[in-house]
Write a protein that binds this ligand. Structure first.
Ligand code: NAD
Length: 261
């Protein structure tokens, strides 16, 4: 099927480089006919995001630090001015101090707890609230989560709590926005090597554990996640909202391999 997002206007957050999950989502959205705008966090990432945006024929990039509410207001003012509407939003943002993505969760400090929750969880609500008035013809929102929300994953620590709250936010937001024909879903992706995941201590073990125990005996790729995002951002998923959709080679469904590899 081609052109699933023909003429749709989409705002993509969280591109840091060409390994970012949101970059793969942007690429597939472009392949399916979407017009895109990108946000970037700070000047250093602007230098990385600008050429990537150009690759998909886009010169619409805006700064975004989700801890700064004014910067969030500005993004949607610019979108309103340029497009007058928004059809979809990709939320692909998370942060925790890497010094606390190791060791015991119990050692998490209050400032890191609050900052991680703000950036990794509340930012979805902050963006959705501002996107809603622009989604006049209905809309779709996709966010990214991880299984560490459901079960303890070593070193994931405070991010597990942030993702648990993010997953609950998806359900509450779906309930709030459903009457306006806005759907919101999360993709729970298997571990993928990116800038953000490189902050998790011993991330290599997460990758090998997934590869060795997931039913498909593989690791997940950015493109795998992008395919699911395309489905959730398009009308193929027209009656799906408030869901946590796993794209993890089946890892979450099993406690171990049924047969040796
Ligand atoms: P990434 O580093 O490419 O993306 C993370 C993004 O968050 C970056 O673009 C960064 O600029 C942005 N960000 C952080 N703090 C911000 C702030 N204050 N304001 C605005 N933006 C901010 O890494 P990624 O792995 O593509 O992460 C994207 C999402 O996918 C995250 O929510 C992550 O938790 C989730 N996820 C990743 C994996 C994985 O293994 N890589 C697995 C499941 C879920």
């Amino acid at each position: 099927i081609a052109g699933l997002l023909n003429g749709k206007k989409g705002l993509v957050t969280g591109v840091a480089n060409n390994l970012s999950i949101s970059w793969a989502i942007a690429q597939i959205a472009k392949e399916h006919g979407a017009d895109l705008a990108f946000t970037y966090q700070g000047e250093i990432l602007e230098k990385r995001v600008t050429p990537l945006a150009e690759e998909v024929g886009c010169d619409f990039i805006v700064p975004c630090d989700v801890t700064d509410e004014k910067s969030l207001d500005t993004i949607f003012e610019v979108v309103k001015k340029k497009w007058g509407k928004l059809d979809f939003l990709v939320h692909s943002i998370a942060f925790a101090d890497r010094n606390e993505l190791k060791g015991r969760y119990i050692d998490t400090t209050l400032p890191n707890f609050l900052n991680s929750m703000n950036i990794s969880c509340y930012s979805l609500t902050a963006l959705a609230k501002r996107a809603e008035p622009l989604m006049k013809d209905g809309g779709k929102i996709v966010t990214l989560t991880y299984y560490g929300a459901q079960k303890v994953v070593p070193n994931y620590n405070v991010m597990g709590l942030a993702k648990a709250a993010l997953e609950a936010s998806v359900k509450y937001l779906a309930s709030d926005m459903g009457v306006n024909n806005i759907r919101i879903n999360a993709i729970s992706a298997g571990p993928i090597k990116t800038l953000a995941s490189s902050g998790i201590n011993d991330f290599k073990s997460m990758l090998s554990m997934h590869e060795n125990t997931a039913p498909l005996r593989k690791n997940t790729t950015q493109r795998d996640v992008a395919g699911a995002a395309l489905y959730l951002l398009s009308d193929l998923s027209s009656r799906v909202t408030g869901e946590i959709h796993y794209v993890d080679c089946g890892f979450n469904t099993t406690i171990g391999p049924s047969q040796p590899k």
